[in-house]
Design a protein. Sequence first.
Length: 77
Amino acid sequence: MIDNKISVMVVDDHDLIREGLNRIISFEEDLLIVGQFKNGEEMLNSLKENIPDVVLLDINMPIKNGLDTLKILKKYI
């Protein structure tokens, strides 16, 4: 947690979904977006810098889909 806020990463290949989730989450004072990514590979590469409390992960994405990403993500937790 960063400053007692819950850190959140959003991973979705659709810009509209990412932007919408970001807007909704921004209204919550106890949540903080720490990353937005178009695919699982981008998100996994960012884990070297920051491991979030919550990941909102799309299942059907190009490059690395959500299920493959989740398998790797579990190793970081």
